[in-house]
Design a protein around this ligand. Structure first.
Ligand SMILES: *Cc1c(COP(=O)(O)O)cnc(C)c1O
Length: 403
């Protein structure tokens, strides 16, 4: 069976994790701090905070901005549920909007969804394809006059917060800059299936405009993500430094140094190796599938944007959802693992129970109903790539008929 996206674990990763275990310091410490600095330098963000998941990072930032009951956060209908769940955790209402042909949030739909209750918008870089950040940043500025600030942070920003779910897009580029430096805040995921993994983990890239100090906010968030404790564990074990205070009822979502050790190895070879390899794989699929009329290929390089090649989101032209499901089954029967990104969030039973209806998002439904994600992982061989293509072509033609 060809797997979908196993993590890349080699001797380097193992050695770095073992080094951490032997160092005597396994939770947040020197390696997490180093990973934060290296990520900030890599993506061009003034400050980066590592956490134990992207979900935790998104939620902490919504709470920092004072998002709560009565507030609205605009989220694409086409994303993983975590993007919307965090809004629900805060007691606010996710306002789903449709996406465009490129899978990413529709700017017209965002513009139409803005109300005086809108506190944040959450663009998601689906498959690693960056959203149109210039347009999103312009849109929130143009609508600043309608923004009703409640908290001090909201007054300081004076407009809707752009909080990107960049779970897929570490290293993606937009007009010469990387995600993490394109809007107020971007949150990366280092979950096991993502491009750059720490098993579980995430990072919050801070890029807020003046009068905010991203450095001060970073320090505040270190406290917020560690019980609201005034000193971290490493500082507390320094000789005689035992006293601490709890300044608020904080959260507990810090990254461990064991996780950061994996991240340091991954980041050091990310541009020179990981992204090169991922580009090779997606280009191999694209060139093998381009000759089929039914194959609608995803975007990787266009209009000054370059993907991080997280997913190969193929769409099959002219099939129903039932036919797509039948194609998926036939691909699996050929021992190839595929996936669908994503089942629209408003279609999930929890969100349906809140009254959302996926049929209100026609492009989301169209993308979803025809989508098949092909395996993309570092160690996939040319032979396996050929097997995947054969399985896809044969399965599509069996279900759809030859064209
Ligand atoms: C994986 C993923 C998340 C959640 O990331 P975690 O690190 O697992 O919390 C959020 N949004 C999207 C789009 C994702 O794919």
């Amino acid at each position: 069976m060809i797997p979908f996206s196993p993590p890349r674990i080699d001797q380097k990763t193992i050695d770095e994790v073992i080094d951490t275990l032997k160092s005597g310091w396994i939770t947040t410490g020197p390696k997490t701090k180093r990973l934060e600095k290296e990520l900030a330098a890599y993506c061009g963000a003034p400050a980066v905070l590592c956490v134990n998941s992207a979900t935790a990072g998104l939620e902490v930032m919504l709470r920092w901005f004072g998002v709560g009951p009565g507030d609205e956060v605009i989220v694409p209908a086409y994303t993983y549920a975590a993007s919307a769940n965090v809004v629900v955790h805060c007691g606010a209402r996710p306002v789903f909007v449709d996406v465009g042909d490129d899978f990413n949030i529709s700017l017209q739909a965002v513009a139409a969804a803005i109300t005086p209750r809108t506190k944040a918008v959450m663009p998601v870089d689906i498959g690693g394809w960056p959203c149109d950040y210039d347009a999103i940043n312009d849109l929130v500025r143009e609508n600043a006059y309608r923004f009703e600030a409640g908290t001090d942070e909201q007054k300081q920003l004076g407009r809707i917060l752009v909080l990107a779910d960049s779970a897929h897009s570490v290293g993606a580029r937009y007009k010469g800059r990387r995600t993490g430096s394109l809007c107020d805040v971007a949150v990366f995921s280092f979950h096991a299936v993502k491009n750059l993994t720490t098993a579980e983990g995430g990072a919050v890239a801070l890029n807020l405009p003046a009068p905010f100090s991203n450095e001060d906010l970073y320090k505040l968030l270190c406290v917020k993500t560690l019980h609201g404790q005034s000193k971290d564990a490493l500082a507390k074990i320094q000789k005689g430094n035992w006293k601490y205070d709890i300044v608020e009822a904080g959260y507990k979502c810090n990254m461990t140094d064991i996780a950061a050790a994996m991240g340091l190895v991954e980041l050091a070879r990310y541009d020179s190796d990981t992204l090169v390899r991922r580009r090779y794989i997606v280009e191999a699929y694209a060139s093998a599938l381009a000759k089929y009329d039914w194959a609608e290929l995803p975007l990787f390089d266009r209009d000054g944007r370059t993907s991080s090649f997280h997913l190969f989101a193929l769409r099959v032209r002219g099939v129903s959802e039932e036919q797509r499901d039948a194609i998926l089954q036939k691909i699996f029967d050929r021992d190839v693992s595929v996936n669908v990104h994503f089942i629209p969030v408003p279609r999930m039973s929890f969100y349906r129970s809140l009254g959302y209806d996926a049929d209100d998002y026609p492009t989301t439904m169209d993308n979803f109903s025809r989508e098949i994600s092909l395996p993309v992982f570092y160690d996939i061989t040319d032979e396996q790539i050929a097997t995947v293509v054969e399985a896809v072509v044969a399965s599509v033609e069996e279900v759809r008929g030859r064209s």
